[in-house]
Design a protein around this ligand. Structure first.
Ligand code: GUN
Length: 298
């Protein structure tokens, strides 16, 4: 199957906007009960990408009517200082969610930080209780936003995952591992046969060529090339990589893990980057926060 126009491009911005419209009704219902969803962002240090991501999330909250506050701590902050702040946020009742932006400076252990956020406020889905619930297929926990966003993109663009061969490129805790857990779960819009490929995988190309669906979260610019893709395969590009670009003012540009120009013509469906998975991550954060508020007042 050869597609030589853009009709196979999945519009993540439009699907995220649709979800935000659905959430607006839930925010209005909460407001009628006197509750405004509240979300705290915590950023440690001045990582440029983290600044951009937190800024986008703040804007999306404001647009939906979620009240957010952002705590910016210096790069040298100790783990104890960060844990003390999280403790305060845990016990602040108008804050229904807490998001500590990763990566954190090296003196701070992410695992300790993520375990300190109350599981009921863990809108990132990183607390071990929520990770465990995901593995157990217990839907009462919060799911990590990026893989949850990919699942929504697949479902809402009509991709059948049942019985599909899916290759997940990357085994990170934020995307790869939870992505695989969601895809292989027994249930609607899941039920896939999943292979996780990583840096020690012997022949990634061979795995990819078999795949009906490829989820690229490997963190290497343009890693997925046309000769790695079965014609008609579904391609979800999670990657955000900065590469040199002489034509840009900054001298760099952001690209995904997929060589879009060459893969798009042979793919069944493909996400653009930007404008694919990224907006869905934010939509899922909003969804988790609205849900946290609903649970808190139920
Ligand atoms: N850094 C990259 N992705 C994420 C995310 O989904 N949540 C947080 N907290 N940090 C991130």
């Amino acid at each position: 199957m050869q597609a030589n126009n853009n009709t196979n491009v999945v519009d993540g911005r439009a699907i995220a906007a649709q979800i935000q419209q659905e959430l607006a009704a839930r925010v209005a219902a909460l407001k009628q009960r006197g509750v405004i969803p509240g979300l705290a962002f915590v950023r440690v240090g001045e990582d440029p990408a983290s600044k951009v991501y937190v800024g986008r999330k703040e804007k999306a909250c404001a647009e939906l009517g979620i009240v957010s506050e952002t705590h910016i701590l210096p790069e040298k902050t100790s783990e104890a200082e960060l844990l003390a702040l999280i403790g305060k946020l845990n016990s602040t009742s108008h804050l229904h969610g807490i998001l500590v932006q990763a990566p954190l400076p090296k003196q701070i252990r992410e695992s300790v930080v993520f375990s300190t956020v109350l599981p009921t406020k863990d809108v990132d889905g990183f607390h071990p209780v929520n990770v465990g619930k995901l593995m157990l297929g217990d839907g009462s926990g919060f799911k990590p936003c990026t893989p949850a966003g990919v699942m929504e993109l697949l479902a809402r663009s009509g991709v059948k995952t049942d019985g599909a061969e899916v290759v997940v490129l990357g085994r990170g805790n934020i995307v790869g591992k939870p992505m695989a857990a969601m895809l292989c779960q027994k249930g609607k819009n899941a039920n896939a046969t999943v292979t996780i490929c990583h840096s020690a995988t012997r022949d990634i190309k061979e795995h990819c060529r078999r795949a009906d669906i490829i989820i690229a979260a490997i963190g290497v610019a343009h890693f997925v090339k046309a000769d790695m893709v079965k014609p008609g395969a579904i391609i979800m590009d999670v990657g955000v990589n900065r590469i040199p670009d002489a034509s840009s003012k900054t001298g760099t540009k952001l690209v995904g893990d997929v060589d879009f120009a060459n893969v798009q013509p042979i793919a069944g469906k493909i996400t653009p980057n930007p404008g694919g998975v990224g907006p869905m991550t934010i939509a899922m954060l909003l969804q988790n926060t609205v849900r946290a508020a609903e649970i808190a007042v139920s």
